[in-house]
Design a protein around this ligand. Structure first.
Ligand code: EPZ
Length: 417
């Protein structure tokens, strides 16, 4: 397995291009199942998770054509509706094929994704919503088996805000008979991007980006050409990298409006944040001040940046209370950060981070995608050398991260196993 070696202490400076968003591309690729003919999507990131969902759709009979940064998808001839465990278990977001398959074929056999490092990751809300729309759903041999001659519009209330739950049911409802209302829907930009693409396919969706989304079902959808939004979690990771290295980094081709919570928080730490139309420049102003962070559904502070800002707090000037409200086990990075000299006390869903003057490099192990990013950030700031193993976690969600950081002045290299 590859490793990433970092010699810390370099001040990062310069510009990077924000890549396409993994969590926008995955549901949009799944949405192609609703159409017959060639879809074209631009700004698709080159990530392991994208390869995984292509393999999954390929197993149904979907065909692809790759053009630099763009992806053409044709789901005309689907021969299977079974999403097998060996593929689904490598990526929970595979559950996003459930809604489109039931809507398109009237049947779907999707392996239960199983948990992951950060939590049990149940899909009960996805299943319940499909049942509300008239699907017969049974759990058999670890598979969700959902059947419906044609889904019926329904009013659905999510008692927990679920991003892929909202996306799955929005796709299912697009071809349902009648109107569906999603209440307590997720408001993430990735949900809005999906709704725009679906409307381009001929769907009739209003309210995406708010907590009530209305979908008026239509008989069929047609292929579309669309563009994936930029990845706000990648961009946020680089803004925090500026803070932890005393640097100055400009992220180009991003959506500043997606970053309100992070920009406010980084300003509270004392950083200067210069916001342009399509760029954000993050400038460190000395040692960061400690701030409290509570993760919330969008537009609150994103759980996917909790590990990364915790790394920044490990070298801040005081005490930071960090509360993770979305997932039940998202502090896997804490023990690894402590091996680098961080002073962190975890109590249930909260962690108290006492800033230390310096971290020191150490061999550390990635446990999940965003935890690995937090260890990269800590390694950039630490004295000495950090060796990060199990970087396959990182490759799921960051496009050529060591190249981007090296271009900013980091002493970082990937060592092939
Ligand atoms: C999406 O996951 C993202 N993944 C996650 O990003 C992100 O952390 C998460 O939303 C929260 O923002 C993709 O978009 C592919 P949820 P998702 O359903 O949809 C509970 C990354 O690093 N829940 O919004 O799976 C669930 O357990 C990944 O890129 C149920 O109880 O998350 C969690 O506590 C990690 N039942 C909460 O809701 C359900 O049926 C929010 O989960 C569904 C969810």
């Amino acid at each position: 397995m590859d490793k990433i070696l970092i010699t810390g202490g370099q001040r990062l400076e310069g510009e990077i291009e924000n890549s396409g968003a993994k969590n926008a591309a995955l549901p949009v690729i799944a949405a192609s199942l609703l159409t017959k003919g060639w879809n074209t999507f631009h700004n698709i990131p080159d990530l392991v998770d994208i390869k995984t969902i292509k393999k999954l759709l390929g197993s149904f009979g979907v065909v692809f054509a790759d053009e630099k940064g763009s992806l053409r998808i044709n789901a005309e001839d689907i021969q299977s509706c079974t999403a097998a465990y060996d593929l689904v278990r490598t990526m929970r977001a595979s559950v996003l094929v459930l809604g489109p398959l039931v809507a398109r074929l009237g049947e779907a056999h999707v392996s239960l994704p199983g948990g992951c490092a950060i939590g049990a990751r149940p899909v009960n809300l996805h299943i319940r919503a499909l049942q509300d729309m008239g699907a017969e759903v049974e759990l058999k041999d670890g598979y969700v088996i959902a059947k419906a001659r044609r889904l019926k519009g329904a009013t659905i209330y999510f008692d927990i805000i679920t991003v892929t739950g909202t996306e799955n049911i929005m796709m299912a409802a697009a071809l349902a008979d009648g109107t569906t209302l999603l209440k307590n829907a997720a408001r993430e930009p990735e949900v809005v991007n999906l709704a725009e693409i679906l409307n381009g396919m001929g769907a009739r969706i209003i309210g995406a980006g708010t907590d009530i989304i209305r979908i008026d079902g239509v008989p069929s959808l047609h292929p579309v050409e669309g563009t994936i939004i930029s990845d706000r979690i990648e961009a946020g990771t680089f803004m925090i990298a500026a803070g932890i290295t005393g640097g100055d980094i400009c992220i180009r081709n991003c959506h500043p409006g997606h970053h309100d919570a992070l920009i406010a928080k980084l300003r509270d730490t004392g950083m200067e944040m210069v916001v342009g139309d399509r760029s954000i420049r993050a400038i460190a102003k000395g040692r960061p001040r400690s701030v409290d962070v509570k993760t919330l559904a969008y537009p609150g502070f994103p759980t996917d940046l909790q590990a990364q800002i915790m790394s920044l707090m490990t070298v801040a000037s005081g005490l930071s209370l960090m509360t993770e409200t979305i997932f039940e086990n998202r502090f896997m990075h804490v023990s690894e950060l402590m091996r680098m000299g961080a002073d962190i006390a975890v109590q249930g869903h909260s962690a108290v981070v006492k800033g230390v003057p310096k971290l020191h490099g150490a061999p550390v192990m990635a446990t999940d995608l965003r935890a690995s990013a937090s260890l990269i950030l800590a390694g950039l700031a630490a004295e000495g050398r950090t060796e990060l193993s199990r970087v396959y976690h990182l490759d799921r969600g960051y496009e050529r991260i060591e190249e981007k950081f090296s271009r900013l002045g980091a002493a970082m290299e990937r060592v092939k196993a």
